[in-house]
Design a binder for this molecule. Structure first.
Ligand code: ADP
Length: 365
């Protein structure tokens, strides 16, 4: 039975019950029995009987109606409540729950039961919301994935068809078409490798090999390896003034290299020509080192920032696809940093630039 229908049924079932503030069935029965016995005894007083007769009559009416009301309450209302609890718990009642239903539940006031049901309904609403979000996430992921696969595959198909239909013997175009085909194959391979890596990171199949190393040295190596790319846009990659003091971190060097390559590569890709990319390093209370890569690019508008680290999320599709890679880079960075028990964040202002930062623990031993 769908959860929402079940919730509705229970709410209906529940709304039919009398609402008394924190009264147990015994109290409720006693109160009603008292309310019945007093007026009947008063009426009987009109006939001027002996006082003890009135007292006995009062006692008998009180006891009789008390028992009758109590039995009715137990049988009808608590049977319904028991049913509600059974629906809430969904699983077959264990011995302990049976004991609870028989002995503790009847002691509960209706208000307490209402609170239990409300808490249950809230929990179910949260579960439904999570399921809905996951469902949307799954749909979006599949859409993005098929889009990412389609683009290079259709390009390859086009080049191969044209080559087979005669272009193969046309020396002016054949090498260019083949090299474009090869680029698209590379793009597919990168995409599949990134996906494979993400799923391994998610399932914890890529264990971390941590060591102590100086973070500035690693960043200098990365700046050197990306120098050609930076020079094409006349971008200077530098270490921020005042951040030269070597800081040793304890992390998986190769995975952190991957994160830094990705952040620096993005800073160059999305940075303005003739600007600079800066790396900053800060010791936070002697326990963590904060590493930041800043660029002077177009920046990212605020509404995109919360989703930036999601797989395939791109704020500006046309621009990113022209210069970008698989759209999985930042998602991989997030996974790697989270595997270290740390967090990655972004600050960005349109037409000013972006700063991506993450923390790592300082050296151990
Ligand atoms: P891509 O392969 O598209 O670069 P990423 O996951 O590395 O994938 O980045 C996702 C998107 O975030 C990019 O497409 C780009 O729009 C945006 N982005 C990432 N880094 C920057 C940056 N430094 N400046 C501006 N936009 C950026």
């Amino acid at each position: 039975m769908p959860i929402s229908i079940r919730t509705k049924q229970i709410t209906e079932l529940y709304s039919n019950m009398p609402l008394q503030k924190n009264l147990s069935p015994q109290q409720l029965a006693a109160l009603t029995a008292f309310g019945l016995s007093v007026p009947i005894s008063l009426i009987f007083l009109f006939f001027k009987p002996e006082w003890w007769v009135v007292l006995i009559l009062f006692g008998l009416i009180f006891a009789g109606s008390y028992l009758l009301i109590l039995i009715t309450l137990q049988t009808f209302i608590y049977r319904k409540i028991k049913l509600i609890y059974k629906l809430i718990y969904q699983t077959k009642a264990t011995k302990r729950e049976e004991f609870y239903f028989k002995n503790i539940l009847p002691q509960k006031g209706i208000d307490e039961v209402r609170k239990d049901v409300e808490a249950w309904a809230e929990q179910k609403t949260a579960e439904i919301e999570l399921l809905r979000q996951n469902e949307n996430f799954r749909k979006e992921f599949l859409q993005n994935l098929s889009h990412e696969l389609k683009t290079p595959i259709f390009a390859i198909q086009g080049y191969v068809d044209t080559l087979l239909n005669g272009a193969l013997h046309n020396n002016e175009v054949n090498t260019r078409f083949l090299s474009n085909t090869s680029k698209n194959v590379d793009r597919l391979v990168t995409l599949l490798n990134s996906l494979d890596e993400i799923s391994k990171l998610e399932t914890g199949e890529l264990p971390l090999t941590k060591e102590n190393f100086i973070i500035q040295d690693l960043v200098k190596e990365i700046f050197e390896s990306l120098q050609l790319k930076a020079e094409e846009k006349e971008i200077k990659c530098i270490i921020k003034k005042g951040c030269e003091q070597p800081l040793t971190v304890f992390a998986d060097k190769e995975k952190i290299r991957q994160v830094l390559v990705n952040l620096t590569d993005n800073a160059i890709k999305y940075g303005r020509p003739n600007s600079s990319v800066e790396a900053g390093f800060y010791n936070v209370d002697g326990k963590l080192v904060l590493i930041e890569i800043s660029d002077e690019g177009d920046g990212i508008s605020e509404e995109h920032l919360p989703r930036l680290f999601e797989r395939f999320y791109r704020p500006d599709h046309t621009r990113s696809r022209k210069v970008g890679g698989s759209g999985l880079g930042l998602a991989i960075c997030k996974h790697i940093i989270e595997a270290h028990g740390q967090a990655i964040h972004v600050r960005s202002t349109v037409n000013v630039g972006s700063t991506f930062g993450f923390s790592l623990p300082v050296k151990q031993g």
